[in-house]
Every structure is written in structure tokens, then in C-alpha cells.
Design a protein around this ligand. Structure first.
Ligand code: C2E
Ligand code: MG
Ligand code: MG
Ligand code: MG
Length: 291
């Protein structure tokens, strides 16, 4: 890559850029403009307790309201933002917006933990804990209002530095979560070493688990592993009530998925919570569904 990371987190370009960088440079310019023109949108997806149906948190998921292309999903620009270092700017924006939402909810008497995704670059950013602290202070929030999600591959990129950043963040009181668990190349040893609070089972194991005995076995083992390590276990990708029931019966603590809600614009959250009715309480915790 022609992009070089400067110490201040900005991106500088070599004079000798490769051919493909003309396009990359214009995308980077577009991303920078997007921040200035306020084109990013905070969407949130509710996190639900599977035994009671209670809303306990939300995950922040960023979208880009592109003037020509419409709603652009993160898979289309997050990888590029990571490669160029722009992700640090974006992460700062997402943390700030998430904090604003969280304190706004608190003023309305709604107390939710807000989850934010971090990338590899964020974990290597020595200034992240200080930036995070500044955001907490400005919005008058406790660190415990936040959960930071990191993937196995982001940790394995530079385990030593990642551990240092994570320890500093955890010491502030923030929750840490391993996202997309089971999909990365990683060692289970970090589960023991890192100050982790939550394990998130990747949706690829969850989406079709009612019809796939292999997926069910993986999910069951992952829930047990997490619990044996003293961690909260969350499943993503719950699209049907049947999968909710199965996960609840397996003892999974929390879940997210289209069955409960797709990610929605942050300003729609209070209305969604008011309208949310979990499956009948009498049917919980669904312990009849697994033999
Ligand atoms: P993730 O953190 O694993 O987020 C879960 C993804 O699964 C989200 O996709 C969500 O919309 C989707 N999902 C949730 N429930 C269901 C379901 O029931 N069925 C299906 N098929 N999908 C479901 P999304 O919003 O497109 O985000 C994709 C990825 O982009 C995220 O995966 C995360 O890695 C990354 N991302 C999103 N926002 C941010 C951000 O602010 N910062 C960083 N660094 N990464 C982000
Ligand atoms: Mg996530
Ligand atoms: Mg995930
Ligand atoms: Mg994912």
C-alpha cells in the first residue's frame, strides 16, 4: 500500500504510488468528505436476554448514506478504512455518536450497554484509551456503559500490543467482547490471558442451527466453553423463534438477530423498545426444546 501511517493517525501518500491507488485515493477523499458532510449514520441492533426477552444493550453498526449510491454497508468500506488508517477517525465518530445516544437514553431512564466494534488498527492505536476517556468525560458516562467488540484476527495481528491496549481499556471499566468467535485463526490461549467479558458466537453457526446438527454441537460447546471461562455468551444471527428457543435451552445468555430487529437508525430505538414484545414469558426459558 502506498498509504503510510503518520504518528498523528493521518494518512500520507508516497510520491511513488502504484497504479491502483488513483482509485483508492479518491475513495479515501470520499470517506474524508463523508465525515465532514455528515454522511455516516449510526444504526443500532438490540441485544436481548434470551431467558426473559429483556433489552439489555445495543450494538452500533455504521452505515454510509452516500449521495449517489444510497445506503452503503460497512463491508464495502470498513476494510478500506482499515488499510488506510481512516478507521481511527471513523471509530472516533462511532464512539462519540454511541456515547451521545447512550447518555440521551439515560436521560429518558433507559439504561443500555452500548457495543462498538474495534478494528486491528484501533488496537494498535496507543492513543485509543485516552480518546475513549475524553469521550466518556464529555458525555458524562461510566466506562461500564460500553462494550468493545474485537475479532480474533485483530488480536492475532499483534497479540502483544493488542493485549496492552485491551488491558488499559479494561482497567477503565469497559467490557470487552470477542466478536465472530470461531471464525478466525486463533489460539484458545488468549481467552485465558486477555481480560475478556463476553464471547459472541458468529452468525454462520447460528443462522441455520435448527437444521444443522453440526452447528448445534459447535454452538453448544462454545456456550459451555464461554461459561466455563466465566464469560457472558451472546449469539448473533437469530432469524427465527425456533433458533431463539434452542439457544435459550442451551443456556446462551443474550442474542441479536433479524427475528428481534434488524439494525435500525439510532433515533428509532426508543420507539422500537416501546413496541417490543418478547415471545410469551410462559414459554421461557424454552427448556422443553432440547433433549
Ligand atoms: P459484526 O460486528 O459481526 O456485526 C454483525 C453483522 O451481522 C451486522 O452486519 C448485522 O447487521 C448482521 N446481522 C445481525 N443479525 C443478523 C441476522 O439475524 N441475520 C443476518 N443475516 N445478519 C445479521 P453489518 O451491519 O453489515 O456489519 C458488518 C460488519 O461490519 C460487522 O460485523 C463489523 O465487523 C463491521 N462493522 C460495522 N460497523 C462497524 C464500525 O463502526 N466499526 C468497525 N470497525 N466495524 C464495523
Ligand atoms: Mg460486532
Ligand atoms: Mg459479529
Ligand atoms: Mg461479523
Amino acid at each position: 500500500y502506498a498509504a503510510k501511517q503518520r504518528n498523528d493517525g493521518a494518512v500520507a501518500y508516497d510520491a511513488a504510488m502504484d497504479k491502483s491507488s488513483a482509485k483508492s485515493l479518491s475513495l479515501l477523499t470520499e470517506l474524508r468528505n463523508a465525515i465532514e458532510r455528515d454522511e455516516f449514520r449510526l444504526h443500532v441492533q438490540p441485544k436481548i436476554r434470551l431467558d426473559t426477552g429483556e433489552v439489555v444493550g445495543v450494538e452500533s453498526l455504521v452505515r454510509w448514506a452516500h449521495p449517489e449510491r444510497g445506503n452503503v454497508f460497512p463491508d464495502e468500506f470498513i476494510p478500506f478504512a482499515e488499510q488506510t488508517g481512516f478507521i481511527r477517525v471513523l471509530t472516533g465518530w462511532v464512539l462519540d455518536q454511541s456515547a451521545a445516544l447512550c447518555s440521551d437514553l439515560q436521560r429518558q431512564g433507559i439504561h443500555l450497554k452500548i457495543s462498538v466494534n474495534l478494528s486491528t488498527r484501533d488496537l494498535l492505536d496507543q492513543d485509543l484509551p485516552a480518546k475513549f476517556k475524553e469521550i466518556l468525560t464529555r458525555h458524562q458516562l461510566a466506562a461500564g456503559s460500553f462494550c468493545l467488540e474485537i475479532t480474533e484476527s485483530a488480536i492475532m495481528d499483534d497479540p502483544v500490543r493488542a493485549q496492552l491496549t485491551l488491558e488499559r481499556l479494561h482497567a477503565m471499566g469497559v467490557d470487552l467482547s470477542i466478536d465472530d468467535f470461531g471464525t478466525g485463526y486463533s489460539s484458545l490461549a488468549y481467552l485465558k490471558r486477555l481480560p475478556v467479558d463476553e464471547l459472541k458466537i458468529d452468525k454462520s453457526f447460528v443462522l441455520n442451527m435448527e437444521n444443522d446438527i453440526g452447528d448445534t454441537k459447535i454452538v453448544r460447546s462454545t456456550i459451555d466453553l464461554g461459561h466455563n471461562m466465566g464469560l457472558r455468551v451472546v449469539a448473533e444471527g437469530i432469524e427465527t423463534e425456533a433458533v431463539w428457543r434452542l439457544l435459550a435451552a442451551l443456556g446462551c445468555d443474550q442474542g441479536q438477530g433479524y427475528f428481534m430487529s434488524r439494525p435500525i437508525a439510532a433515533d428509532k430505538l426508543v420507539g422500537w423498545i416501546a413496541a417490543w414484545t418478547p415471545p410469551a414469558r410462559s414459554a421461557l426459558p424454552y427448556s422443553d426444546t432440547v433433549g
